[in-house]
Design a binder for this molecule. Structure first.
Ligand code: G3P
Length: 214
């Protein structure tokens, strides 16, 4: 079971990476834009994330044709061994994934909305697949059922499901309980995972009792 942080915002990432509980960072062009960054900032963001404890940094390619995506993927992987290249689950993206996988690049197929795409990601040689749970649900698809179907499809493979676009803690609990192995959460959801009111109250009670007895 592995947790990642879905953000490019250094101020939000820093305290969460410092906990040591999150294995790395996932980014995409939307998250870069939300942080006031562009793909030109990826090398610096990569260096910063690694320096702040990210063991794996997922960086996404841009491009609409296969050759462009392959070139971008090779450039991103060249940053370090900690980079996993993210490629959208389009025909060109999956084709580029196959070519990049054949040259040894670790890959995540992202923007996945249907269980059938798990078959394609496996055929493309990816190591991870990122279903967009929140967006699947918003589009009227049963994100939870699609992801469970992906898990059944991938049972005999090493292709790892890394759920993204997660809107609440309950979704993480339900899918983790069903055996889904990895999740990437935004900073706000990460804080909700970390801070349980009852746990904090119990710890404060222990401190108060200890203080009174000292
Ligand atoms: O990693 C996917 C995420 O960044 C995009 O989905 O729904 O959080 O905008 P959403």
């Amino acid at each position: 079971m592995t947790l990642y942080l879905d953000s490019a915002d250094r101020d939000a990432l820093a305290p969460l990476l410092a906990t040591g509980l999150f294995a790395g960072v996932t980014t995409n062009p939307l998250l870069l834009a939300r942080a006031g960054l562009t793909s030109a900032d990826l090398p610096a963001l990569h260096d910063w994330a690694v320096a702040h404890g990210a063991r794996t940094v997922f960086l996404q390619t841009l491009g609409t044709d296969v050759d462009q995506i392959v070139r971008e993927g090779e450039n991103l992987r060249a940053l370090s061994e900690r980079v996993v290249v993210k490629v959208p689950a389009t025909r060109a993206g999956l084709t580029a994934t196959r070519r990049l996988a054949d040259s040894g690049v670790p890959l995540l197929v992202t923007a996945v909305y249907r269980a059938s795409q798990a078959l394609l990601a496996q055929a493309a040689g990816a190591q991870y697949i990122a279903p967009y749970l929140g967006r699947m649900t918003a589009a009227g698809r049963s994100g939870y059922e699609e992801i469970l179907a992906m898990r059944r499809i991938l049972t005999e493979t090493t292709l790892e499901i890394l759920v993204a676009s997660i809107k609440d803690v309950e979704a993480v609990i339900a899918l983790a309980a069903a055996g889904v192995p990895s999740f990437t959460v935004g900073p706000e959801l990460a804080a909700k995972l970390l801070d349980d009111d009852l746990s904090n109250a119990a710890a404060q009670e222990f401190e108060a009792i200890a203080l009174a007895g000292s």
